[in-house]
Design a protein around this ligand. Structure first.
Ligand SMILES: [Zn+2]
Ligand SMILES: [Zn+2]
Length: 265
């Protein structure tokens, strides 16, 4: 028996001092400004709450000169969810903006692709370029959770709960996974960084942070095959999500994704 989930995007930061060069490989308009949002996602069924990614905190934001608007843990509290009550956290990948603040989730089991942990703790991290999107502290915190018996690894596709699946995509990070969720409008796919923007998957335009370009391009097609339609794919960092989906109870940081978008992509 599958369940029907409500799905929320929680925006905790944005960064506007970037250009299209930072978002698309080989873009013609590379100097045009291009903004980025930072989100985590919350899934709610009548009986369960699942968090997808944990964002980054104030200290990480200061270190990278990318301040948060609100700490992800505080945003969850404002939304009525205490971080220490969440028992299931899916980490799409271990990049700094998806896997911070792990100690706040004291009751959680973390669901991660085996390949992501192997990648983030292996010889590829000898290279500055490949290491840059990771925080060593975040990876160490995940290793601590592993030794506390609170990490569950997946290898490809898995069901986390009835109506919630993870699927290995890779490309942008070796063990990047997307999340497929059954909602009242059908199966939607939280792409996370398998497609930062709508434009990445709609125009098949690779994002410049990439480990395996072929996997990234194949991943765009995989998102489409997993989702009910293109309108059911939610990119991981696109400010358009805030235009296409309604805010919840007037909170301009929380957006409802299980409702049809206002436009067709
Ligand atoms: Zn990433
Ligand atoms: Zn990201």
């Amino acid at each position: 028996m599958t369940e029907i989930w409500e799905v929320f995007a929680l925006k905790y930061a944005e960064r506007n001092s970037r250009t299209r060069n930072d978002s698309f490989l080989l873009d013609d308009n590379h100097n045009t400004p291009h903004e980025m949002d930072y989100y985590l996602w919350l899934l709610k069924s009548p009986t369960r709450t699942i968090l997808v990614d944990t964002g980054y905190d104030t200290a990480e934001g200061i270190a990278r000169d990318r301040p948060v608007e609100i700490e992800p843990a505080d945003l969850l509290k404002r939304f009525g969810v205490a971080p220490d009550t969440i028992d299931t956290v899916i980490i799409t990948h271990l990049h700094y903006d998806h896997a911070g603040s792990l100690p706040a989730f004291t009751a959680a089991t973390f669901h991660l692709q085996e390949q992501e942990m192997t990648y983030a703790t292996g010889p590829c991290m000898c290279h500055d370029t490949l290491r840059q999107p990771f925080s060593g502290e975040h990876v160490v915190e995940m290793v601590r959770r592993l030794f506390d018996g609170r990490v569950q690894f997946h290898n490809g596709s898995s069901t986390i709960a009835p109506g919630v699946e993870v699927h290995l995509i890779g490309g942008h990070s070796r063990g990047l996974q997307c999340v497929r969720v059954n909602t009242r409008r059908g199966w939607i796919v939280l792409a996370s960084d398998a497609s930062h923007y709508y434009e990445n998957f709609l125009r098949q335009k690779p994002f410049p942070i990439v480990v395996d370009l072929e996997d990234m391009l194949t991943g765009f097609n995989r998102l489409e095959s997993l989702a009910e339609s293109k309108n059911h794919i939610i990119p991981g960092h696109d400010p358009l999500v805030r235009q296409y989906y309604p805010s919840e109870h007037g909170d301009n940081s929380v957006f409802r994704l299980d409702i049809e978008p206002s436009i067709s992509v």
